[in-house]
Design a protein around this ligand. Structure first.
Ligand SMILES: Cc1cc2nc3c(=O)[nH]c(=O)nc-3n(C[C@H](O)[C@H](O)[C@H](O)COP(=O)(O)OP(=O)(O)OC[C@H]3O[C@@H](n4cnc5c(N)ncnc54)[C@H](O)[C@@H]3O)c2cc1C
Length: 380
């Protein structure tokens, strides 16, 4: 599907499921199920899934266009990130034929949703310290541990859980593996976290107590855990970047409209360069970030190592989106703080992208070490 067609179709969809619809669900903490099904019906959730499994071919580039356009209409969904990107893409690249047949058609249609469970309170950004372990027991694995901040765990039917090999000898870097775990498997408990993000998806602590998962649910071959994990994390960064760009444009559109009509000293405030220039700068930074997001998507689709571009895109887009929202609030004066302006409601989600899914500092560490070749400043 061409970019323009995707954008036109999504604009039509966004008039049915508009920002008001999204805010109602965001404030209630309920999932935007009708929007999700409509996205599935129109084929947008299948853009990362090959045709033989009900999709239209693996393309992170198209997914980035979808994410950007939805956010531009003020209706972002984190499930596009944690399910369509982080669920489907590693499955396509690393799943067995049986896993693909079992899970991909549901992900492509929207009938099924994955949440992604990596973060743990004690490990933080250092994933090699995560404690959730997987012990092989006959033709099954037994998973135990605790995950934190897991978005949409209540609305997902499966969790993609990252666990360490329980047999890792003391003092050695653990081998990590991903497991497709039914959300209602015995031994799983969810505790909702109180997070100040306005959005339909809530965050959960996920407790895994001796959860038995068939060995057929391990994603990625023996020892391929890291490659599988990064084929989830890089698309996540790309789709987050696209979402941030879209949200930044959504905010700027409001401020630009306001700057055109608001008169204080006998002329629209947009006449003043003190108002026009920050808006122009913010727009420029958003478009630069958009280029980087699409460059990283193209690199991923071409099978190249997309790590550098994906990290840079996420960081640039988060910064640009924050600048756009902050500038928009400033341009609208006191009105920028009203509920009607609907800018303050954007702030937490846009701000989140500076910290998650990977923090600005960890991206700079990555660029310093892996792109610039500088020595690492911290130990694992
Ligand atoms: C709303 C929300 C939704 C989320 N959804 C999910 C999800 O669905 N699935 C999931 O697995 N996780 C999810 N997360 C977790 C998120 O990815 C992490 O919070 C994020 O990666 C940061 O990790 P941390 O909170 O452990 O921070 P920490 O690792 O404790 O870091 C704290 C601060 O120290 C800095 N820091 C740490 N080490 C270094 C260093 N070596 N050099 C410089 N600075 C450093 C960090 O950059 C950060 O600023 C979510 C989080 C939030 C808030």
């Amino acid at each position: 599907m061409e970019t323009e067609l995707i954008r036109r179709t999504l604009a039509r969809l966004a008039s049915r499921f508009d920002r008001r619809y999204w805010l109602l669900h965001a404030e209630a903490g309920t999932h935007v199920e009708e929007l999700w099904r409509a996205l599935g019906d129109e084929g947008f959730l299948g853009v990362t899934v090959p045709e033989e499994y009900g999709g239209s071919g693996l393309s992170v580039s198209r997914l980035a266009v979808v994410a950007e356009a939805l956010a531009e209409h003020g209706i972002p969904t984190l499930f596009l990130i944690v399910s369509t990107a982080m669920g489907a893409i590693p499955l396509v690249r690393h799943g067995t034929d049986e896993q693909k047949r079992r899970f991909l058609p549901g992900l492509a249609s929207g009938a099924s949703k994955f949440a992604f469970a990596l973060t743990e309170a004690d490990a933080g950004s250092n994933s090699f310290r995560l404690k959730t372990s997987a012990r092989q027991d006959g033709d099954a694995y037994v998973l135990s541990g605790q995950k934190a901040f897991i978005s949409g765990a209540d609305a997902a039917d499966h969790l993609l859980v990252v666990a360490r090999d329980a047999a890792t000898p003391e003092g050695q870097r653990p081998r990590l593996s991903l497991f497709i775990v039914p959300r209602d498997a015995p031994g799983i408990e969810l505790h909702a976290m109180d997070i100040g993000i306005v959005g339909p998806e809530r965050q959960f602590m996920v407790f895994l107590d001796e959860v038995r998962v068939p060995a057929a649910n391990r994603l990625g071959g023996e020892g391929a855990g890291l490659a599988t994990l990064f084929d989830a994390l890089n698309p996540e960064r790309i789709v987050v970047a696209a979402t941030a760009v879209g949200l930044g444009r959504f905010a700027l559109a409001k401020a630009i409209g306001y700057a055109r009509q608001r008169e204080v000293f006998g002329a629209p405030i947009g006449t003043h360069q003190g108002i026009a220039h920050p808006l122009a700068l913010a727009r420029t930074h958003l478009e630069l970030a958009a280029l980087m997001a699409h460059r990283s998507a193209a690199a991923f689709d071409a099978g190249e190592d997309a790590g550098m571009y994906a990290n840079m895109a996420k960081m640039a887009a988060a910064d640009a989106a924050l600048e756009a929202v902050d500038t928009s609030i400033q341009v609208m004066g006191g009105s920028g703080f009203t509920k009607e302006a609907d800018l303050m409601s954007l702030w937490p989600l846009v701000r989140l992208f500076k910290t998650a899914p990977v923090s600005r500092e960890m991206i700079l560490n990555y660029i310093g070490e892996h792109v610039l070749g500088l020595p690492r400043s911290y130990a694992r």
